[in-house]
Design a binder for this molecule. Structure first.
Ligand code: SF4
Length: 686
């Protein structure tokens, strides 16, 4: 028996634990005390992160669809077919989806494959659905689109403001740091339409209407400026755009009275929140998808930045704009250039110098994809339905859009237009149903590699057992397809470390990282540009990453969500997660200890609303939107705001994304998963 230390494959917190390996098989999880992130503690998902690994459902051989049915095939047959089909399309008839679930090495390989082998500009991944607004919004105002501070220093905060994040359920080990700050006397403000377990620990709870984030923060900023609580020195020395911000937030629209009407939060609570936040000396904002998944996602993110610049809460411990990234390696997948506009480390594809740098380094004899921006995954789905035939071929690695993407009927129509779909995953899922070829991949416990957590900490995965059957690591599969297509010389890697070394030479923020350095328990935070650089736990200490080093404040007008309630669809639907399940459920629903806790979905309805509807707790109801309908169990509770209902999105049998709207933020192209109009109906008795 042995212990193999690795990093949790679920949320972006990046906790470490030991996998217990008995006779070559992973049998359990044990604490790893030396991790500075979680200090040996784990949430339920981490505790049971071994249970799906040896599920009998694991894919063990390649599958090829013949006469509508999957048939097992040899690797040689599957690779030949995939290579032949891929070769038959023009470059921009192909698209690739990388994955926030797999390692940096796997994502780098996919990015190189897309741009170098297929020569397509269309590569994206599910960061589009969760934090595209963070990447675009923070890069626009700070010059870097990532969490500014580290998880540990949240405990140093004197005032923690969480908005749009159920941190204690979705990032529990970050919630622990909030409680540590509170134990030391910090004030804790929580804003969310649901009185979640996180809200129940807060000193001040602001129950606000989903989608009114900008109004709430503009109201707080007006109150701060009105009372002279802004940090004048920080604004003067470190920021541009204060006048623009002031002109907007001082409008009468954002008086306490008017903001209270828009948001539903009593005026005195907004005033208290503004005062606590501005006067604490070290205030941190934590947010997640409640901020980002809106048609105003970028505006919401920039508003968080505005509030922090106004109060001078950046570049110091206990402060910062702390975007809590959802999946284990969503930060890394973005860093690896699995976005349609950048190479690694956000080097723009339209920048000629960057284009030349990658073309020269990779040495594809027939060149690489043109230096043009490609389609985001949400745009891609629209293109598939609106211009069938423009994109013919899709290669998906470790994603399940048939549960995770908005408006699933639309996604299904989109996937059905494809000529050829390859899905590479560890299990069959709702998306593989539409695939022509399924390639069996290794999971996190079966390969070495790195992942980058929400705090920009790059940490190791270590192989604990062999993959089942003939499953292989993702970058190995990608390299095998490349070799079959005549590009073996461009994918010469023998180990994950070889892939990392190549990537680091092309990626300035990872340039000083090596496996040797990352093997230490504390690992490294990017940017780490040189081998003698210690890494950067806190960004923007002296200056921002903007050309003149100054942060950019901007006046942000409030806009309502695209679809608001009306007589026909009188409720706002917001979606989210459960502590027991993970995303599309492929892993947690195969983990008995997690699945038994919350084995199916529910719709949370406010007690008064339920009474008016004549609906009682645990009753089956229909939830309907303009996109579709589902049958789901009612959970009647006073903990959700009247007029708002909540559905977790993990469950295929009552899939929330049948209902959600494919309305996009105009810049980030993120869907508005947190607000659309819905009706709840009793099911007529037979
Ligand atoms: Fe894993 Fe996140 Fe739980 Fe930590 S908090 S154990 S990273 S799921």
């Amino acid at each position: 028996m042995k212990y193999v230390q690795t990093t949790c494959p679920y949320c972006g917190t990046g906790c470490s634990f030991n996998l217990v390996v008995d006779k070559g098989i992973v049998t359990g999880v044990a604490p790893y005390q030396r991790s500075p992130v979680n200090e040996g503690k784990l949430c339920p998902k981490g505790t049971y992160a071994h249970q799906f690994i040896n599920s009998p459902d694991r894919l063990k051989k390649p599958l090829i669809k013949k006469d509508g049915k999957f048939v097992e095939a040899s690797w040689d047959e599957a690779l030949k077919l995939v290579a032949e089909k891929f070769r038959s399309y023009k470059p921009d008839e192909c698209a690739c989806l990388a994955s926030a679930r797999v390692s940096n090495e796997d994502n780098y390989a996919m990015m190189k494959f897309a741009r170098g082998v297929l020569k397509t500009k269309h590569i994206d991944h599910c960061a589009r659905l969760c934090h595209a607004s963070t990447v675009a919004g923070l890069a626009n105002i700070f010059g870097s689109g990532a969490m500014t501070n580290s998880i540990g220093d949240i405990a140093e905060s004197k005032c923690v403001f969480i908005i749009g994040s159920n941190t204690f359920e979705c990032h529990p080990l970050i919630g622990r740091r909030v409680m540590q700050a509170k134990a030391k006397g910090a004030k804790f403000i929580y804003a969310d339409p649901r009185y979640t377990p996180t809200g129940k620990q807060a000193d001040l709870y602001l129950q606000f209407r989903s989608g009114t984030d900008v109004a709430l923060m503009n109201g707080m900023m007006q109150e701060i400026i009105r009372n002279g609580w802004e940090n004048k020195e920080f604004i003067q020395n470190r920021c541009n755009g204060f006048d623009d911000l002031k002109k907007e937030v001082m409008k009468d629209d954002y008086s306490l009275e008017n903001v209270s009407k828009i948001t539903g939060v009593p005026a005195d609570k907004i005033k208290t929140a503004a005062e606590w936040f501005a006067k604490s000396g070290a205030s941190a904002i934590l947010y997640s998808m409640g901020i980002t998944q809106h048609t105003t996602g970028v505006d919401n993110v920039k508003s968080c930045g505005n509030l922090q610049m106004l109060t001078g809460n950046l570049g110091r411990p206990g402060t910062g704009v702390n975007a809590l990234r959802g999946q284990n390696n969503v930060q890394g997948a973005c860093d690896m250039g699995c976005l349609p506009v950048v190479y690694t480390a956000y080097q723009k594809v339209i920048d000629e110098a960057a284009q030349k740098k990658f073309a020269d380094a990779w040495k594809f004899p027939d060149g690489i994809a043109k230096g043009e921006n490609g389609y985001e995954v949400t745009t891609l789905m629209n293109v598939l339905t609106e211009k069938p035939g423009e994109i013919k071929c899709l290669y998906i690695m470790g994603e399940n859009p048939m549960i995770s993407d908005p408006d699933l009927t639309h996604v299904e129509r989109a996937l059905k237009t494809l000529d050829f779909l390859v899905v590479q995953d560890i299990f069959l899922n709702e998306t593989t149903e539409f695939a022509d070829v399924v390639l069996p991949a290794a999971c996190y416990a079966e390969k070495d590699g790195t992942q980058t957590s929400t705090e920009r900490r790059v940490q190791m995965w270590r192989k604990a057992q062999d993959p089942p059957g003939e499953a292989k690591g993702d970058w190995e599969i990608i390299a095998s397809i490349a070799a079959k297509m005549g590009y073996g010389a461009q994918f010469p890697w023998k180990t994950s470390e070889d892939v990392f070394k190549e990537m680091a030479t092309l990626t300035p923020s990872y340039g000083g990282m090596t496996y040797e350095r990352l093997n230490r328990p504390e690992a490294l935070h990017w940017p780490c540009p040189a081998q003698d650089h210690p890494g950067t736990p806190i960004l923007h200490g002296e200056k921002f990453g903007m050309p003149d080093g100054k942060g950019l404040m901007t006046g942000i007008p409030f806009k309502w969500p695209q679809e608001v309630p009306d007589n026909e669809y009188p409720f706002v639907l917001t979606t989210g997660r459960s502590i027991w399940q993970w995303h599309t459920g492929t892993m947690t629903r195969r983990s008995a200890s997690l699945e038994r806790e919350e084995p199916t979905g529910w719709v949370e309805i406010n007690t008064d609303d339920a009474k008016k509807l004549g609906v009682v707790d645990k009753e089956k109801v229909k939830a309907k939107t303009r996109r579709g309908e589902i049958t789901i169990t009612a959970r009647v509770t006073p903990d959700i705001m009247p007029g708002v209902v909540f559905i977790p999105f993990h469950y295929v049998e009552c899939a929330a994304n049948v209902l959600t709207i494919n309305a996009l933020d105009p810049i980030a192209k993120i869907p508005e998963s947190k607000a659309c109009a819905v009706k709840i109906e009793k099911i007529a008795e037979a």
